[in-house]
Design a protein around this ligand. Structure first.
Ligand SMILES: C[S@@+](CC[C@H](N)C(=O)[O-])C[C@H]1O[C@@H](n2cnc3c(N)ncnc32)[C@H](O)[C@@H]1O
Length: 205
């Protein structure tokens, strides 16, 4: 059994980055909702960013305070190289979100297909404690997970599927659900994966 870091680093070392199941050539719902929720000067973090195109898309829109957190060194180095000319607008964190201890807080915390890998309730609670600690009051939590009619695993790892009731219950009253939508994401191999997107706003108290 490989550890989580080796697992993910190996994925990015051995698979074409545009062949992974979660690949997008342009960010879709995340991009639209971020533009509609925050200003380009607001601080945004993409947790488990992989080699996602989201940061590129946001930089094009003038965003200038983007943090990128990723476990895989291989993936993060790919992003650092690709986004080198915008490095002054970016902060990179090569670490496990469960150990994250930044010096600042964020207006929007984005997670596409990362939280759903946490199958142990203790890890889920650690993640949610980090989210609570480092997301500003009235900040946004934009989460995307596999839906109950979607895959049960990804990249040979079990995942937890979420619908509205399940994620709202897990968040325990500290967040208000603003909107949710299902997306049928086209896998590069031609199949379809069902994702749910949730936009939450952190309550004031
Ligand atoms: C399915 S990919 C999604 C990547 C990206 N969010 C996207 O939408 O393209 C999951 C990513 O989460 C990262 N990851 C998994 N567990 C993590 C953890 N505990 N802390 C930080 N990153 C993690 C993986 O390395 C991988 O890049």
């Amino acid at each position: 059994m490989t550890d989580t870091f080796s697992h993910w680093d190996n994925v990015y070392k051995t698979k074409g980055h545009d062949q992974v199941s979660w690949h997008q050539s342009h960010s879709t719902i995340s991009f639209d909702w971020i533009l509609a929720s925050v200003k380009p000067t607001d601080s945004i973090i993409d947790v488990g960013c992989g080699v996602s195109i989201l940061a590129d898309n946001l930089l094009t829109e003038g965003f200038n305070d983007i943090s990128l957190l990723e476990l895989s060194t291989e993936a993060l180095n790919t992003l650092k190289l690709r986004l080198k000319k915008s490095e002054k607008k970016l902060s990179f964190y090569n670490e496990n979100v469960l150990d994250f201890q930044p010096n600042n807080t964020f207006k929007l915390w984005h997670d596409r297909a990362v939280f759903h890998f946490l199958t142990d309730p203790k890890d889920q609670q650690t993640y949610l404690q980090k989210l609570d600690q480092y997301l500003e009051k009235e900040g946004f939590f934009l989460l995307s997970t596999f839906s109950p009619d979607g895959p049960k695993e990804c990249s040979n790892l079990d995942i937890v599927q979420y619908d509205e009731a399940k994620i709202v219950q897990l968040l325990g009253g500290k967040f208000e659900l603003i909107k949710t939508v299902n997306e049928k994401h086209p896998h590069p191999n031609g199949s379809i994966q069902s994702f749910n997107y949730f936009l939450f706003k952190k309550k004031h108290d």
